[in-house]
Ligand binder design. Structure first.
Ligand SMILES: [Zn+2]
Length: 251
């Protein structure tokens, strides 16, 4: 560890200790260290195919078959992913009582896998570890959908209402989920420190939350391997591996 990284971590520890409410905010970088590919990176398996817009998914059975086929291929790439030091560091901050919840752009469920409850994770882009009915909202397990799909070549219908099942993620063209957006807004409005971990802060509206926290008087800390557009307004920026920084908080 370089001297400057150690000094930055010490500063971050002090800032967290002085804060009353810390809002966590995480992006793909925290999960790439778990082996989950960043779907926006140029070499990502996601980028080999043009995304299926939400409208197309709803209108076309063929698009739905293709979406599910791709989904299962991707799942096989990272089904053994485990929480990283970054996830564990965030989980420790939540357990300490200082961080009421973490807002995440990720859909991989790894914050929950690190021990956080559903209430402690605010998912802006949904969750790819289960499916939801687009009509009645009923949750269906992915493994059940997959068994059905592999047996018949078609995704099953909702067992409750016969509606269309979709992985519980937010697709291109799909509205942002209302309740998580509300909860995220409430958290950033109440925090006095916003800790951004592993987000390039270029995907909106998600990236607006840290900017709002800063504008509302909170301190802003950004931990990311690469520079972000909000670095200039941040009180502390650490460009390093997530695990190298957050492991200092794992208890
Ligand atoms: Zn339904």
């Amino acid at each position: 560890m370089t001297e400057s990284l150690a000094a930055s971590i010490a500063t971050l520890q002090e800032m967290i200790q002085d804060a009353r409410i810390v809002a966590g905010f995480t992006g793909a970088g925290i999960s790439t260290e778990s082996g989950v590919p960043d779907f926006r990176s140029p070499n990502s398996p996601w980028m080999r195919n043009k995304p299926i817009p939400f409208e197309h998914f709803v209108q076309s059975a063929q698009a739905r078959r293709e979406a599910w086929r791709r989904k299962f291929v991707m799942d096989d790439l990272y089904h053994e992913a485990q929480p990283s030091q970054g996830h564990l560091g965030i989980a420790s901050l939540v357990a300490s009582g200082r961080m009421p919840a973490v807002i995440t752009q990720n859909i991989d469920g790894l914050h929950q896998a690190s021990g956080l409850s559903e209430e402690q994770v605010i998912e802006l882009h949904g969750n790819g570890t289960y499916a939801k009915c687009l009509s009645c909202g009923r949750r269906h397990e992915i493994n059940w959908v997959r068994r059905h799909f592999e047996a018949s070549g078609e995704p099953p219908e909702c067992i409750n209402c016969g509606g269309i099942l979709k992985s519980a993620t937010i697709s291109f063209g799909q509205a942002m989920p209302e309740e998580p957006m509300r909860r995220a807004q409430k958290l950033v409005a109440s925090c006095d420190l916003c800790l951004v971990v592993g987000s390039s802060l270029v995907v909106y509206p998600a990236a607006a939350f840290p900017a709002f926290a800063k504008g509302n008087g909170a301190q802003l800390v950004i931990v990311n391997r690469e520079p972000t557009p909000l670095d200039e307004m941040a009180d502390l920026v650490i460009h390093a591996e997530i695990g190298a920084v957050l492991s200092a908080f794992v208890s």
